[in-house]
Design a protein around this ligand. Structure first.
Ligand code: HEC
Length: 148
C-alpha cells in the first residue's frame, strides 16, 4: 500500500483521538465532576417515579405527612381573599360585620352550599378547583368567625 499524505493524516487523526479518549476516561478520579456518577446525577430525572406500594424514600413520606386538609384560614388566604378582602365584584368583606350579618342569618349550611355551588357573582368553590368540600366549609367558617 502506498502511504499517501491523506492516509497518513487519517491515521494520525485516529491515533490522537484515541489518546484524547484515553486521558478523558478518568481524568480526575471517581468523584470529580467528570466521573460517571456525577454525570448520572446530572442527567437523572427531577422526580423519581414511584410505584404505589413501594418504598419511595423519606421525601415522599414527608410529603404525605404534610398534606391533608388545609385550614380554613389557609384556604381563605389562598383562594378567597382575592375577592373577599377587598369586596371585589360585590363580595362581602371579611371582617365587616355589616356585610356578613344578613348572610350569617341564612344559616351556615346555606352559606357553604353557596360557596360550593356558586351564588350570583360568587364562583363555585371560589375557583379553588383542588379544594374539597370540607376545605371550603372550613374557609366559610373562618370567614364568618372573622366577621362577627
Ligand atoms: C371571584 C371573586 C370571588 C372569589 C374568589 C370568592 N368569592 Fe365568595 N363571593 C363573591 C361574591 C361577588 C359574593 C356575593 C354574591 C352575592 O351575594 O350575590 C360572594 C359571596 C360569598 C359567600 C356568601 C354567600 C351567601 O349566600 O350570601 C360566601 C360564604 C363565600 N362567598 C365564600 C367564599 C369562599 C369560601 C371562597 C374561597 C374558597 C370565595 N368565596 C371566593 C366573590 C368571590
Amino acid at each position: 500500500m502506498k502511504l499517501t499524505m491523506k492516509t497518513f493524516a487519517v491515521i494520525a487523526l485516529l491515533a490522537s483521538a484515541g489518546a484524547i479518549a484515553g486521558t478523558l476516561e478518568h481524568p480526575f478520579g471517581q468523584n470529580s465532576v467528570f466521573s460517571e456518577r456525577a454525570l448520572e446525577e446530572r442527567i437523572a430525572p427531577v422526580g423519581a417515579v414511584c410505584v404505589e406500594g413501594e418504598e419511595c424514600g423519606s421525601a415522599a413520606a414527608a410529603e404525605q405527612v404534610a398534606s391533608g386538609p388545609r385550614s380554613g384560614s389557609d384556604v381563605y388566604n389562598s383562594a378567597c381573599a382575592g375577592c373577599h378582602a377587598s369586596g371585589a365584584a360585590g363580595a362581602p368583606v371579611v371582617g365587616n360585620a355589616g356585610d356578613w350579618a344578613p348572610r350569617i342569618g341564612k344559616g351556615m349550611s346555606t352559606l357553604v352550599t353557596h360557596a360550593v355551588d356558586g351564588f350570583n357573582a360568587m364562583p363555585a368553590m371560589g375557583l379553588c378547583m383542588d379544594c374539597s368540600r370540607d376545605e371550603i366549609k372550613a374557609a366559610v367558617e373562618y370567614m364568618v368567625a372573622e366577621s362577627k
